[in-house]
Design a protein around this ligand. Structure first.
Ligand SMILES: Cc1cc2nc3c(=O)[nH]c(=O)nc-3n(C[C@H](O)[C@H](O)[C@H](O)COP(=O)(O)OP(=O)(O)OC[C@H]3O[C@@H](n4cnc5c(N)ncnc54)[C@H](O)[C@@H]3O)c2cc1C
Length: 403
């Protein structure tokens, strides 16, 4: 059957990339993106430049308005309430019904809420949308007490940006050193220590209750400590937005289940980005990725699959994060067994690597070491065996080992 129309539900990076790639790959049919927020924008700046105010809404748009006109991509502002995969229709909350030959679910994730008393108080904020960032920014000022629950990537970035407003930031996390599984213990320890250097107070504990009165918020922790704050932000990860898929009878399991092409259990429906989870042909379920580059790659694979073209080849998974003036990158997986090697410079850890028994690299991470991570990715993708001593030696450029 020739595909004459594609409807993309969700205008985040994965939905936008699906549309862009469809056009770049020659698709000339009808192409629409539905999103309650209208024009697609990029999320990483929401905790960085956009929150800080150094980028505005135009600066985070994924494409200018003219791009949609030139490429005949229709933006439908609205929320899809139900899908009928057999009929190829999406029914919007306002009653409109849109139909297409292929439907792409790119619904992303919802910020996870704290399931404790007071966790749903209206003033307890999250950071997932432009509106969330606007609201948070409007509350930040010198001396404002900001408590952030969750010292992962978004919590730490927000703490750093909030210091730029002179806010008094307390960062609460159940683990003493967050992000160890993501970048390894040594780099995670260095990064976490940077909070104190930038006057962010870090507290280890589990919030058990949030209350609010005229003096502000009070977070009661499992340790018995109480944190007082004017603003509370929760950054404890996301849950995949799978409701539409579930109600439509698609296979889901902590994500809409897809194969490597992005195809769901219904032949008319694809799913991409943070909302999708890959199930390999042998039934293995991969961990659901929640990173920018993955969302982009998933969009380009689904576009190729919809057009029945060869799938693009993507390298090992990659992410970045910025905080307190440093840039962090990671590739592959730093979590699990294997030999963990740390590269030090002048007594400071700058990169870490994980090797398997055969000397093959499984993961790498670096602070202000983009070139190192780029070379590490090549080493991982090309299955190049590397020497542990050379990896630890800061005088050996990783590029040399990637040849
Ligand atoms: C604050 C922040 C900072 C980040 N920083 C980094 C970073 O530094 N590095 C990194 O690698 N990654 C980062 N990420 C993660 C990255 O932004 C995400 O992985 C990426 O945005 C996922 O894209 P997506 O298209 O799958 O989902 P999303 O960007 O969540 O887009 C999903 C879209 O679907 C829409 N939608 C949902 N339900 C419906 C419906 N029923 N009908 C219509 N539309 C619907 C939503 O409105 C939303 O616009 C960050 C994320 C956030 C929130």
């Amino acid at each position: 059957m020739s595909i004459e129309s594609v409807l993309i539900i969700g205008g985040g990076l994965s939905g936008f990339t699906t549309a862009k790639e469809l056009r770049e790959r020659g698709f000339a049919g009808m192409l629409s993106i539905i999103d309650p927020e209208g024009m697609p924008y990029d999320r990483p700046p929401l905790s960085k430049d956009y929150l800080a105010g150094s980028k505005d809404a135009t600066g985070i748009a994924l494409a200018p308005a003219s791009w949609y006109e030139e490429n005949h991509v229709t933006i439908v502002t609205g929320t899809v309430a139900a899908l009928d995969p057999d009929a190829g229709t999406a029914t919007l909350k306002d009653g409109r019904v849109l139909a297409a030959d292929r439907l792409v679910l790119a619904t992303g994730g919802k910020a996870r809420r704290l399931s404790i008393p007071g966790g749903d108080l209206p003033g307890v904020l999250e950071l997932r949308t432009k509106n969330d960032a606007d609201r948070l920014r409007s509350l930040l000022a010198p001396g404002v007490r900001l408590a952030i629950v969750g010292a992962g990537l978004i919590g730490a970035e927000t703490a750093s940006s909030a210091r730029g407003f002179g806010a008094e930031v307390t960062l609460v996390d159940p683990v003493e050193i967050p992000l160890v599984p993501v970048i390894g213990e040594v780099l995670a320890t260095r990064l976490h220590a940077m909070h104190a250097e930038h006057q962010v107070r870090t507290v280890t504990g589990i919030p058990e209750e949030i209350t609010h009165d005229a003096r502000g918020y009070r977070l009661a922790l499992s340790t018995g400590e109480t944190i007082e704050a004017d603003v509370v932000l929760v950054g404890i990860g996301i849950t995949a937005a799978t409701e539409l898929a579930e109600a439509a009878g698609l296979d889901t399991d902590n994500g809409v289940l897809v194969d490597e092409r992005g195809a769901t259990s219904h032949p008319r429906v694809f799913a991409v980005g943070d909302s999708a989870r890959t199930r390999l042909a042998d039934g293995t379920l991969l961990r659901r990725a929640e990173h920018w580059e993955h969302a982009m790659n998933a969009g380009s694979s689904a576009a190729a699959a919809i057009l029945e073209q060869d799938l693009p080849v993507h390298g090992a998974s990659w992410f970045w994060s910025d905080r307190h003036g440093v840039h962090v990158e990671g590739v592959g997986s730093m979590h699990g067994e294997g030999e963990h090697i740390v590269r030090m410079l002048d007594g400071v850890p700058i990169a870490a690597f994980r090797l398997d028994e055969a000397g093959l690299m499984l993961g790498a991470a670096a602070i202000d070491g983009g070139l190192t991570v780029r070379a590490a990715r090549r080493i991982i993708d090309r299955l190049i065996k590397v020497d542990a001593l050379a990896l630890a030696d800061p005088a050996t450029p990783l590029k040399k080992l990637a040849r």
